[in-house]
Design a protein around this ligand. Structure first.
Ligand code: PEP
Length: 252
């Protein structure tokens, strides 16, 4: 049985005090959400403070990115995965489409970041997804399998326990345009098949695959009704405690 994951990506929003206010408002609203893992990803500068303020709660913290470098060193502007762990994170988002699109992140970088995350003891939430142009060209599955094969090659069976895949079609992120539950299910089932072929049917069966792209309180239940959708990575609608809590509590 795969445990549902609902993760909020706060992107480059919120000061430290705004982040604390939001997480403190969220905490009681999701305190009974035993059906899922609740994760939020604040900006780096707020991560430690937020982690400290929610200690003992059921909310987990993710970094939004990490360095390809495993060790500390002369890498100005970078944050190592082990530093995220030290600051209180248990997860890290890797290969978000905004990083691929605007910061030239490649599959090789995604692979190195995953390895750094796993070495640090973090769970990696690895994002994949096609652009609208690629979908229209009929190559969405090729793009996604290329990203999976490039970003997740060289993983051992035990590494797979700490990998979560987020399918985030680029055309649905921040656009208000959500993939239909059927479109998302189709790609999630495809991702599971890729994992089964590459690793094992057991690993594919255990893999959590999140959908991301304009998830809101009014579309989460439809998405979650699909057999291969194991949760959501939520951007805009995670910025407000009440809308994120409604997504987390989609079953009640
Ligand atoms: C995201 O940032 O991962 C995301 C899915 O954003 P939004 O929910 O705003 O589309």
């Amino acid at each position: 049985m795969r445990k549902v994951v609902i993760a909020g990506n706060w992107k480059m929003y919120k000061t430290v005090s705004e982040s604390v206010d939001t997480v403190l408002a969220l905490k009681p609203l999701v305190a009974n959400a035993n059906h899922c893992e609740v994760i939020i990803a604040p900006v780096f500068t707020a991560l430690k403070t937020v982690a400290d303020r929610i200690e003992g709660s059921n909310i987990r913290i993710a970094g939004q990115d990490c360095s390809t470098e495993v060790e500390e060193g002369a890498h100005t502007g970078e944050v190592a995965a082990f530093m995220l762990k030290d600051a209180g994170a248990s997860h890290v988002i890797i290969g978000h489409s905004e990083r691929r699109q605007f910061y030239s992140e490649t599959d090789l970088m995604v692979k190195k970041k995953c390895q750094a995350a796993l070495t640090a003891g973090l769970t990696a939430i690895v994002c994949v997804g096609e652009s609208l142009e690629q979908r229209d060209q009929g190559i969405a599955e090729n793009v996604v399998s290329g990203q999976l094969n490039g970003g997740l090659s060289g993983l051992t069976a035990s590494d797979l326990d700490r990998i979560i895949v987020a399918y985030e079609p680029v055309w649905a992120i921040g656009t208000g345009r959500t993939a239909t539950p059927e479109q998302a299910q189709e790609m999630h089932a495809f991702i599971r098949r890729v994992f089964a072929e590459r690793h094992s049917s057991g690993a594919a069966e255990a893999l959590r695959i999140l959908y991301g792209g304009s998830v809101k309180p009014d579309n989460i239940a439809g998405l979650m009704s699909q057999g291969d959708i194991d949760g959501a990575l939520v951007g805009g609608a995670s910025l407000k405690a009440d809308s994120f809590a409604q997504i987390v509590n989609y079953r009640s």
